[in-house]
Write a protein that binds this ligand. Structure first.
Ligand code: SIN
Length: 282
């Protein structure tokens, strides 16, 4: 197995390993690399959905939600992300991740890690980009660090309650069913400490954070705008051009990400995704 750094900002490529057949020692090496690089790219993986779930489960409890749209038949732990249509009907979520976000931050217990396996990739478009929130926090001006110390962001799942983003056409007609779920808003520290590394990171994103707990909007919104602009500085970012068979896993406690879309027809991008839960941010 070889592990090579992918960029200055974050990420490493892992080759020479089959994640469906890991011994304990190799798993430990991968876990250490994951904590060091925040994102791992495993090339050439051919994984059945059950194997994807089994690998993911080594990192934490699998997240499932019965009302999640486009889960895989018989394997509800796996979501389908795809722009394929059969008889005009989408077979997966087309718009997953179309604004900078960290997965499941609207939950009391957000996702620790996300796993995305590329079954088909398009020649043009469909890249994903990540930004390193350790770096984002560490490079904030000292005055901003003091200002956000102890503050909490309000994370909201319902896109209709967030003026910074839109509901994608795919879900516009059924927005009540998709977004009107009884999911309570979550309140999490804007600066969190990583449960495994002890490092501090910025824990906000424009997709989910709509306000600051206990702060009026005329003060909170400009502060959030400042943080949202800072957190995607080019030097914090890594952009991935997918290859078929890539399995990526990333650390949601210290990264944000965005699906960049832009797939040129007739290109098909078809992915399987699983997620594991982490700890309560503190
Ligand atoms: C996601 O945000 O979970 C998916 C990102 C992508 O499809 O590139």
């Amino acid at each position: 197995m070889r592990i090579n750094r992918l960029s200055e900002a974050l990420g490493a490529e892992v080759t020479g390993v089959d994640v469906a057949a890991l011994d304990t020692k190799t798993f430990e090496t991968i876990h250490t690399a994951f904590l060091e690089h925040q994102l791992l790219v495993f090339r050439g993986q051919s994984l059945a959905p059950d194997n994807l779930v089994a690998f993911s489960a080594r990192f934490g409890p699998i997240e499932t939600r019965p009302d999640r749209p486009f889960t895989l038949e018989g394997v509800p732990e796996v979501s389908v992300l795809s722009n394929r249509r059969v008889k005009g009907e989408p077979v997966g979520i087309i718009s997953a991740g179309d604004f900078w976000h960290t997965d499941l931050s609207f939950g009391e217990i957000p996702s620790r890690a996300t796993f995305l396996h590329a079954l088909e990739v398009a020649e043009e478009g469909g890249d994903t980009e990540w930004s390193n929130m350790y770096r984002a926090y560490e490079t904030l001006p000292e005055a901003t660090k003091s200002r956000i110390e102890g503050l909490k962001g309000v994370h909201v799942f319902d896109r209709r309650k967030n003026p910074r983003i839109q509901v994608h056409d795919q879900f516009r007609e059924k927005a009540d069913a998709v977004y009107g779920l009884p999911i309570p808003d979550a309140v999490h520290p804007i600066v969190r400490t990583h449960a495994h590394t002890g490092r501090k990171s910025l824990f906000v994103s424009p997709r989910f954070v709509v306000g600051i707990d206990g702060m009026e909007d005329d003060e909170a919104q400009p502060l959030l705008d400042e943080l949202f602009e800072h957190q995607i500085r080019p030097e914090f970012r890594y952009r991935h051009k997918w290859r078929q068979g890539d399995l990526l896993m990333w650390d949601n406690s210290c990264l944000i990400h965005i699906g960049l879309g832009g797939i040129e027809p007739p290109g098909i991008r078809h992915m399987h995704r699983s997620m594991v839960l982490g700890d309560r941010p503190c």
